[in-house]
Design a protein around this ligand. Structure first.
Ligand SMILES: Cc1cc2nc3c(=O)[nH]c(=O)nc-3n(C[C@H](O)[C@H](O)[C@H](O)COP(=O)(O)OP(=O)(O)OC[C@H]3O[C@@H](n4cnc5c(N)ncnc54)[C@H](O)[C@@H]3O)c2cc1C
Length: 397
């Protein structure tokens, strides 16, 4: 008998692979069965074997990687589901019966958690729900043709695809998404938005292949570029304020509350809170990465640590010091304060334009912003806790 699984790339995941392989080989009970674990390459848009370069020669800059794959390789079509599968041979079904039942959540020590009604949408696991979301977003709601204009939103189900949790768990193949984008382009419209979903999936591929090239360096403080000499703090008070959404900056606090309550945060939000942790709080980026790992429904080591190293300036970003200014981000992406009031109900009382800059009516900001508030607002700064000693150690790989 054979068991198939997608091949993983990062160290903790490959350790699990080895453990499962050993476990299957040593299965006891009943007549000894020969069970083999085989791996297939799945999960990326472009197949590892089709890349025009070996992983060790992967271009470091995303644009070069993207152009390399777009011009030189083809996305393989998704495999069709077999229309029917015959029953198991009788001898085998008896043997499988002897292996016992699939453990329940409780037996695994896991608890079911209700989803927050404030979340962007109700996420349901499995391929059926994934394909239903694809059908709804692309075809019923016809959102694909405007994705590029809406994708930086933060509120609601349809500013972006929300495919990431299903992609991360292997319930949805990026190649299925690709096939559906191509069908949509033929049957409805082909424009910048239809292309942009594929552009984003290439980012996902890029981080996965980067994890092969750089191995555990993506988890290390200096990142793939092995940056040294930067000063990083592990101040626990500042970190807790960030983690719990108590920084005094509504845009940060709302995003962090959304993450903790739902396990999801928009891409815009993730970039902003990452920049704030690294550049305004001066904290060790791995603390942020590990908190994301704890919470995210779509957690994937390559995309998570890839984006964190990128945002922290230790990845392969040609612009090393990418800073997201909170006043500018608030004015551009939440001008009426709808997002912050959704997650911080006390701000609903404030006039829409002031919700992102509530002054004394809200918490005192824990640190001044690196480049100030501009003309957007004039907060009082409290530097309490800012000089604290480094505490704790992070970085487990
Ligand atoms: C600090 C930080 C941490 C992140 N951690 C993760 C993570 O653990 N898992 C994860 O799947 N994504 C991660 N992302 C990427 C991105 O934020 C999410 O993929 C996206 O917000 C998911 O929402 P969506 O499916 O609606 O995306 P859409 O905007 O609809 O994009 C479509 C798909 O493209 C892929 N994609 C889009 N942007 C990125 C990106 N920057 N990097 C890699 N893939 C991308 C995702 O698979 C996504 O589902 C992170 C980004 C940042 C800045």
């Amino acid at each position: 008998m054979q068991v198939y699984a997608h091949k993983e790339t990062c160290s903790e995941e490959t350790t699990v692979e080895t453990g499962v392989k050993r476990g299957l080989a040593n299965l006891e009970g009943g007549p000894k069965m020969q069970i083999r674990l085989d791996f297939v390459w799945g999960g990326t848009l472009y197949h590892l074997d089709d890349l025009p370069f070996s992983p060790s020669e992967l271009p470091d800059v995303y644009t070069q990687f993207r152009k390399g794959v777009e011009y030189n390789c083809k996305v393989r079509p998704a495999l069709k589901m077999p229309t029917q599968m015959g029953p198991l041979p009788e001898s085998l079904s008896e043997k499988i019966g002897e292996l016992g039942d699939i453990p329940t959540m409780a037996e695994l020590g896991l608890k079911y958690r209700e989803q927050s009604p404030l979340g962007v949408m109700h996420f349901e696991g499995g391929e059926t729900a994934a394909l239903a979301r694809l059908q709804d977003y692309f075809w019923n709601k016809d959102q694909l043709k405007i994705y590029k204009e809406t994708r930086n939103g933060m509120l609601g189900a349809n500013y972006s695809t929300k495919f990431s949790p299903w992609l991360a768990h292997g319930c949805l193949s990026p190649r299925t998404i690709h096939d559906e984008v191509k069908r949509y382009e033929t049957e409805r419209v082909a424009n910048d938005s239809t292309y942009w979903v594929l552009f984003e999936l290439i980012w996902r591929d890029y981080f996965r292949f980067v994890s092969i090239k750089y191995g555990n360096a993506i988890f290390h403080l200096g990142g793939p570029r092995k940056v040294v000499g930067k000063r990083w703090s592990q101040n626990r008070e500042l970190f807790e304020a960030w983690r719990e959404g108590r920084t005094g900056y509504p845009l940060i606090d709302a995003n962090m509350k959304e993450l903790a309550a739902t396990g999801f945060m928009s891409n815009r939000g993730r970039q902003i809170v990452c920049s704030f942790l690294v550049r305004d709080l001066g904290l060790d980026w791995r603390m942020g990465g590990e908190w994301f790992e704890t919470c995210l429904l779509d957690y994937d080591p390559c995309s998570n640590y890839g984006n964190w190293t990128y945002g922290a300036g230790v990845g392969n970003d040609p612009r090393e010091d990418r800073y997201f200014s909170i006043p500018k981000q608030s004015a551009t992406y939440d001008p009426e304060g709808e997002y912050v009031a959704h997650w911080l109900p006390s701000l609903k009382q404030s006039p829409p334009k002031q919700r992102n800059f509530p002054g004394d009516a809200y918490l005192r900001p824990i640190v001044p912003l690196k480049f100030g508030m501009g003309s957007g607002g004039k907060p009082n700064y409290s530097r309490a806790g800012y000089k604290g000693k480094n505490v704790g150690k992070v970085g487990k790989r």
